[in-house]
Design a protein around this ligand. Structure first.
Ligand SMILES: [Zn+2]
Length: 152
């Protein structure tokens, strides 16, 4: 592939913490690209739009409707629906559905509001179901997890 041609069409933008994803502010023409120094990226399984950096991953131990789901601090290239109250395993929350902005697949949900103090840490964070994600470039985080585990 001709990298220079490829790079010239990429619109790069740093992803700031607590920026709540979404390319809404960028308009529909541009996909959001994560910084190139971020090598460990999760992408949409269906259209390969970038979704999140591994650095933004908070927890892998969430349960979605289709199995395992990951909690991210921030994601990109998504749109959210209007929030509504739902009773989840961990109590009442106000959540919004999260869709891929490129292929419109329902990917997960966003915690807009948690009513119990023990769940407040999830507010403004995103759940993406594992079944909708691939690791860009086939990177492997198993070794990373193990080293983190061994440190404790
Ligand atoms: Zn997609």
């Amino acid at each position: 592939m001709n990298c220079w041609t490829f790079l010239s069409v990429i619109r790069r933008k740093m992803v700031k913490k607590n920026h709540h994803g979404g390319s809404k502010t960028l308009g529909k023409l541009f996909q959001f690209y994560l910084p190139t120094k971020t090598h460990r990226i999760y992408s949409c399984l269906h259209c390969r739009a970038q979704l999140a950096s591994h650095d933004e991953l908070i927890s892998k131990s969430f349960q979605g409707s289709q199995g395992r789901a990951y909690l991210f601090n921030s994601v990109v290239n998504v749109n959210t629906s209007a929030a509504e109250e739902r009773v989840l395993l961990t109590g009442l929350h106000e959540v919004a559905d999260v869709y891929c902005d490129c292929c419109k697949t329902l990917l997960g949900w966003k915690y807009e509001h948690a009513f119990e103090s023990s769940q407040k840490y999830k507010e403004g964070k995103f759940i993406i179901e594992l079944v909708h994600m691939i690791k860009d470039n086939g990177w492997d985080d198993e070794n990373i997890d193990e080293s983190e585990y061994l440190k404790k």
